[in-house]
Design a protein around this ligand. Structure first.
Ligand code: NAD
Ligand code: GLY
Length: 361
């Protein structure tokens, strides 16, 4: 087992990464008092809930199953978590446990941030995306019909427990979506990691345990470093949003159903890289190599059919990184060196969007 630390003074917490950790007594160690609510969904419960419950014997353990899917990441479903906590008379010392992917993690984290003005929670991420990204860093949220993740809070977990074995049951498409976020760390701040990923792509796609574990470890280390530097995204944490402004436009244009988040991020990262190349910052060969790498991972590399350049630009303007009317983007000065900037020519952006959207499959 590897242990990393997210260094946030009194809010610091460990990330445990290893095989078979669901059967370890780690969860119990991080439960503060005698009450626990485990929240998972209908798909994950039959696979892993019993093992989690087995590690919590002797406590008041309540559990609940939410419906599966991004469309249930809503205030209405969040209220059901509060109902369950109140039914079970959970006190301020209770601990919520999020067993699932990013949807469950974000929702349970937000419930923990709100219930009685803030209680403990532990992340037990079960998708690759959640293991390398969403479970670390304390961003919690639900969606609003007018925008994704628009209602939320920063609330750090007490621990993140990553059992790499659970990825064995993850569908291939979800696995690939998670790989997009892994690649992201290499692109924004870790060129060595990017080279390592490129060299180990076959083993990674084959879910080779040691290569996968190394990829998760290095991703979490990168994420922990960024979060420790800028917990509430006043500056450098925004780099983690590489590809997300384009990606959110794709997700919105496709109604949050046709594309997975990681798929939209993959195409978004290529669009960000292409714009960086069009601005003369990045060699075109780097963009082409990135595109080939993501395609090899089974990820989409062109915007969705039917999305126009002007629609994309309009949707991008809804991004949280718009400040005083100017849209800041995460772009690449080089592989491993991202910047957040509004210093680009909008005409170059529009030309790139027109070319890319016309090329959409
Ligand atoms: P998800 O939570 O919807 O999980 C994907 C699917 O995989 C679901 O159907 C789920 O039931 C299933 N699943 C989960 N674990 C499984 C397993 N081990 N075996 C078999 N099936 C399994 O999606 P996700 O990609 O994990 O998360 C996406 C969400 O994360 C989005 O809502 C996004 O906004 C959010 N997110 C948050 C952050 C953050 O910093 N908080 C970062 C990135 C993404
Ligand atoms: N996934 C973006 C962040 O955690 O900041």
């Amino acid at each position: 087992m590897h242990t990393l630390n997210v260094a946030l003074a009194e809010r610091s917490y460990p990330i445990y990464i290893g095989k078979g950790l669901l059967d370890h007594d780690l969860l119990r160690k991080h439960v503060r008092a005698r009450q626990v609510l485990v929240v998972t969904n209908e798909a994950i419960a039959p696979l892993y809930l019993d093992r989690v419950l087995a590690g919590l014997q002797g406590l008041q353990v309540d559990s609940m199953l939410l419906p599966d899917g991004e469309k249930y990441k809503s205030l209405a479903v969040l209220e059901k978590i509060f109902d369950r906590l109140l039914e079970g008379r959970h006190a301020r010392t209770t601990t919520l446990i999020a067993l699932g992917g990013g949807v469950i993690g974000d929702m349970v984290g937000f419930a923990a941030a709100c219930y009685q003005r803030g209680v403990d929670f532990i992340q037990v991420p079960t998708t690759l995306l959640a293991q390398v990204d969403s479970s670390v860093g304390g961003k919690t949220a639900v969606n609003h019909p007018r925008g994704k993740n628009m209602i939320g809070a920063f609330h750090q977990p007490k621990a993140v427990i990553i059992d790499t074995d659970v990825l064995e049951t993850l569908p291939a498409r979800e696995f690939s979506a998670g790989l997009a976020e892994v690649i992201k760390y290499g692109l924004i701040r870790d060129v060595e990691f990017y080279r390592w990923l490129t060299a180990n792509i076959d083993a990674l796609l084959g879910r080779d345990p040691s290569v996968l574990s190394e990829a998760i470890l290095r991703s979490c280390q990168n994420k922990a470093d960024v979060v420790a530097e800028d917990e509430t995204e006043q500056g450098s944490r925004a780099l983690l949003n590489l590809g997300h402004t384009f990606g959110h436009a794709i997700e919105t244009a496709t109604g949050y159903s046709a594309w997975l988040h990681g798929e939209a991020v993959a195409t978004g990262m290529i669009m960000a890289a292409q714009l960086s190349a069009d601005l003369g910052w990045l060699p075109q060969a780097d963009v082409d190599a990135l595109s080939a790498l993501l395609a090899r991972m089974g990820l989409p590399v062109k915007p969705p059919v039917g999305m126009t350049a002007s629609q994309c630009r309009e949707l991008m303007a809804l991004d949280k990184k718009v400040h005083d009317g100017s849209l800041r983007l995460v772009l690449l000065r080089a592989i491993g060196q991202a910047v957040v900037t509004a210093d680009y020519d909008d005409a170059v952006l529009m030309r790139m969007l027109e070319r890319d959207c016309a090329a959409g499959e």
